[in-house]
Write a protein that binds this ligand. Sequence first.
Ligand SMILES: Nc1nc2c(ncn2[C@@H]2O[C@H](COP(=O)(O)OP(=O)(O)O)[C@@H](O)[C@H]2O)c(=O)[nH]1
Ligand SMILES: Nc1ncnc2c1ncn2[C@@H]1O[C@H](COP(=O)(O)OP(=O)(O)O)[C@@H](O)[C@H]1O
Length: 214
Amino acid sequence: METPGNLFVVAAPSGAGKSSLVKALLELDSHLQVSVSHTTRKPRGQEVDGREYWFTDMATFRAMVDAGDFIEWAEVHGNCYGTSRRAVDARLAQGEDVVLEIDYQGALQIKQLFPHAILIFILPPSYVELRQRLTRRGEDPPEVIEQRMVNARHEVAQARHFDFVIINGLFETALFDLKCVVHSQRLRYAAQLRNKSQVFSALDLIPAQHTTGA
Ligand SMILES: Nc1nc2c(ncn2[C@@H]2O[C@H](COP(=O)(O)OP(=O)(O)O)[C@@H](O)[C@H]2O)c(=O)[nH]1
Ligand SMILES: Nc1ncnc2c1ncn2[C@@H]1O[C@H](COP(=O)(O)OP(=O)(O)O)[C@@H](O)[C@H]1O
């Protein structure tokens, strides 16, 4: 039986830079897969169905909730978002590492289901910078930016529930920090059993009672 992969959750207030950081991390880390969420939000700008999100209508989303298709879901900024069981379970079982880019409500649900999941919160350096990034991103109308700025204050307060907090001031520094968190999780004894099993057996290193990602 394959040693299950690691599960990483990245959350942040809108505009803090989580999508940019996860995208940059995936380009550097071929062992990491991102889970594509379902949402009732309408596509923005260049977003493509099946790439950034699976865009669904509310009736379909509700039916998936009722069918138990999501391992977590939440209403965020007036839209529904959810992580499908299919997107995660099979990959973890194959020993792949998976990253979820979801809000703090989903993150806390995931921690209940996967106690060894690593929760990472991305903070903006200030609310002024957060508003500037949302405005510069140019993907949300002013009223949506206002809503996200109001919600940001409550979201930021949830950082204390997370395992790691990364301040996304200089992008490259934040990306280095994110890579360190992911890599340090892989250096844990249990993860090494998966990554370096030949060496462990060559050294007669008896695998400890395996606990996923502990
Ligand atoms: N709980 C949960 N939140 C999600 C999911 N997918 C995205 N989100 C969160 O929903 C919020 C809004 O995402 P989005 O509409 O892409 O706006 P953005 O944060 O401005 O890029 C963000 O906090 C996302 O992390 C999901 O599957 N589950
Ligand atoms: N460290 C940073 N410094 C300046 N701009 C940034 C930084 N990180 C991200 N951005 C920019 O801020 C905007 C929001 O980033 P994005 O990744 O979409 O945030 P989120 O996914 O958290 O909503 C984007 O235009 C992005 O290019």
